[in-house]
Design a protein around this ligand. Structure first.
Ligand code: PLP
Length: 427
């Protein structure tokens, strides 16, 4: 029965029952963690052979004989650029290979736009106030960068097709709105993928001449079901819409090989592409080409990389299946929670009863389970409905995850019960 249809007496009885269950969980002295959005140790083991080298010429000579132990090749090795283009289905000429982190490249792009601007437009820091559209719930580190740089964040709801485009178009009409940042495939944390219609609207809407779309495609090939989402051809559509100047695209091999020990890329079209190259040539003589070679020798090509991702999926799918099973069996039909079972990525976005996310987080903490703090998925850590929680099931063992989900279901119900009783909304 839905909690909203329960009589006060029924809710009170349920509260007593849930409180007993919760007390039993607390007594167990659990130490669990549902906040770590990173691969498990078993997943890291998949790529360990990457670290092995005989120190011979293969270790340092690029395809064209270039000695990667030395300075040079600022845009990245040609074979690495070709590899990225093939794996992500993007034009090779758009790709610049970076260092070990795409977040670093994203930060760098913001700083460049703030300090130097783009084309004929003035640097963003010369405006009194500029604003950025932020699909929510979203990735806390994106919001952290924007907050630190003093860029006002405008939240827009994410849906199964991407951000609410009516709202995005309305906001983008303001020339002080300089862009949008989104995770186009298996978004962190909703798991949604943008549709072609959304992408077309993003590239054809009216916006400031220096409006930029940051696509952080961190989960571009991270499928774990047999019916993976398909990301529309972002570069192709940008060109068709004559919006070459809007696109900035980022990704990395962080969750393919090693987080923090992979290779990143930024891809774009002119004028951005030349601006990025020019600024980067001042920033570094070149990123770590030996690591590019290591990653490449291991990942080989798109086909082999897909096989590596299947090995990741074999660890990830049972964990996401367990989440789906436990959440459905524990919460279906109660009207107190909703979520989406994604086809890939690293997260599940759980919406609990309005006003209860903070309470669920605190109950979990008291029971020994660490979760990403409530509010973290919103700009300024402010979830106006206090309802969203990010679940990160990848790092835990299945056994720990199972226990964690049992406690979570209990806490979601307990918080909702308290909420309905306190608000006097029971029938
Ligand atoms: C959406 C998103 N972007 C970027 C990153 C970090 O990527 P990198 O390791 O390439 O800096 C993460 C890591 O969790 C992420 O979820």
């Amino acid at each position: 029965m839905r909690f909203s249809d329960m009589q006060t007496g029924e809710l009170s009885a349920l509260l007593a029952e849930l409180s007993d269950q919760y007390a039993a969980y607390r007594k167990m002295g659990l130490k669990l963690d549902l906040s770590r959005g990173k691969p498990s140790t078993e997943q890291l083991d998949i790529s360990s052979s990457l670290l092995v080298s005989d120190g011979g010429k293969d270790t340092y000579l690029a395809e064209n004989g270039f000695d990667c132990r030395n300075y040079g090749v600022g845009d990245g090795l040609p074979e690495m650029r070709r590899f990225f283009a093939e794996v992500y289905g993007i034009p090779e000429e758009t790709v610049i290979v970076g260092g070990n982190s795409s977040l670093n490249l994203i930060y760098d792009a913001f700083e460049r736009l703030m300090l130097l601007g783009t084309g004929d437009s003035k640097p963003w820091c010369k405006y009194d106030k500029i604003k950025f559209i932020c699909p929510v719930p979203g990735y806390d580190r994106h919001f952290g960068i924007l907050e630190m740089l003093g860029i006002e964040m405008l939240p827009v709801e994410m849906g199964p097709e991407g951000p609410d485009m009516d709202e995005v178009e309305r906001l983008a009409a303001d020339p002080l709105v300089k862009g949008i940042i989104c995770v186009p495939k298996y978004s962190n944390p909703t798991g949604y993928t943008v549709s072609e219609a959304t992408v077309r609207r993003l590239f054809s809407m009216k916006a400031a001449p220096d409006f930029r779309i940051f696509f952080d495609n961190a989960y571009g090939i991270h499928d774990f079901t047999d019916e993976p989402d398909v990301l529309p051809d972002l570069f192709g559509i940008a060109k068709e819409c004559g919006a070459e100047d809007r696109i900035l695209y980022f990704t990395s091999t962080s969750k393919i090989t090693f987080p923090g020990g992979g290779v990143s890329l930024v891809a774009s079209l002119d004028p951005n592409l030349s601006e990025i190259k020019r600024a980067m040539s001042m920033e570094t003589i070149g990123f770590d080409k030996l690591n590019q070679l290591r990653q490449l020798r291991y990942l080989k090509n798109a086909e082999h990389t897909a096989a590596v991702m299947k090995r990741h999926a074999a660890f990830l799918k049972p964990k996401f299946d367990l989440c789906s099973e436990k959440l459905h069996s524990g919460l279906d039909g109660l009207g107190i929670a909703d979520w989406y079972d994604p086809n890939g990525g690293y997260f599940i976005s759980l919406n609990v009863t309005d006003g209860c996310a903070g309470r669920v987080w605190a109950l979990m903490k008291e029971a020994g389970v660490t979760m990403t703090p409530a509010g973290a998925t919103y700009p300024y850590h402010h979830d106006p409905r206090d309802r969203n929680l990010r679940l990160a099931p990848t790092y835990s063992t299945l056994d720990d995850l199972s226990k964690t989900l049992d406690v979570l279901v209990c806490c979601v119900k307990l918080a909702a019960c308290e909420h309905y009783l306190a608000s006097g909304n029971a029938s």
